[in-house]
Design a protein around this ligand. Structure first.
Ligand SMILES: [Zn+2]
Length: 283
């Protein structure tokens, strides 16, 4: 089973996770820029983070045989903080970088006017840079948030078939499908979507334009959820080709819209040497 996790925050994860992901079949990831868990106090904090997503993290992933790309943006939560919004002016110089495969994650957190402004501005940045957009849907007030998101996308210059709507569930999948966007589902350990519910959604809606991710980060999450969905699909009678479409070909097709996807990583990771200081965190 070859797996592309289209939404995972590897800067929050350990090298044990990289090893386990490789063993489970993960060969490619996309890491969206997001909130750090505490407020950033200046744009410079974003720039250091963006540089890590462009340089250090792809290098770290490559040590474990995994291709790493990223999406960059001002995240929805910090779109409300005037100390952070100047990041919007600096984004163009980051969006031209080779390993940036979308603008994201953008969207709504609390659905404020500041979030409206940041979402519309960043959809325009995606259109200007020939990039697709990763748009997350709010965890609270989900259906209203999705409708408002779709309205803003319709008013933008970015066609819906260049937008991935993420964190969908049973209540939002119908409206998201009707919008013409790609469909992202984040699978969590205890709350929200799990692998059995994901199988049921795919039974109802098919495999077309469906992407499954772990959204693993610094919270309780599981970077092997993509594999667990693959196994659950096979157990439910789906074919290996169905699984390959959801876990590999669909994310390749979506992020391939950027024209920047490079999946030529080594087939197997180099042996890990005790003496390799790079692998031990730069001692
Ligand atoms: Zn995320």
């Amino acid at each position: 089973m070859r797996i592309f996790d289209p939404h995972i925050h590897m800067t929050s994860r350990t090298t044990d996770d990289y090893e386990a992901m490789y063993a489970a079949g993960v060969r490619a990831v996309v890491e969206p820029s997001f909130w750090l868990g505490q407020p950033r106090t200046s744009p410079a904090s974003f720039f250091d983070y963006f540089d890590a997503l462009l340089g250090w993290e792809p290098f770290r992933a490559s040590q474990y045989g995994i291709a790493h790309h990223c999406t960059l943006a001002l995240n929805p939560k910090e779109a409300n903080d005037s100390r952070c919004t100047p990041v919007l002016d600096a984004l163009p110089r980051y969006l031209v970088k080779d390993s940036v495969v979308a603008v994201g994650e953008i969207g709504y957190d609390s659905m404020t006017p500041a979030e409206d402004t940041a979402l519309a501005a960043q959809l325009q940045l995606a259109a200007d840079h020939g990039l697709p957009a990763l748009v997350h849907t709010p965890h609270r007030d989900k259906l209203a948030g999705l409708h408002r998101t779709i309205d803003v996308i319709r008013e933008s210059n970015l066609p819906p078939d260049r937008v991935l709507l993420d964190h969908l569930n049973e209540t939002t999948v119908k409206a998201a499908t009707d919008s013409g966007c790609w469909l992202g589902f984040s699978i969590y350990p205890d709350t929200k979507m799990d692998e059995d519910r994901m199988v049921a959604v795919i039974k109802d809606h098919g495999t077309g334009k469906v992407l499954v991710n772990s959204a693993a980060d610094w919270g309780k999450s599981d970077p092997l959820k993509t594999r667990k969905v693959g196994d659950a699909l096979l157990a439910a009678g789906f074919t290996e080709d169905d699984v390959d479409q959801v876990l590999w070909r669909n994310p390749v097709a979506f992020y391939g819209l950027s024209g920047r996807l490079r999946l030529d990583v080594p087939d197997a990771p180099e042996p890990l040497h005790e003496g390799n200081s790079i692998l031990r965190g730069g001692e």
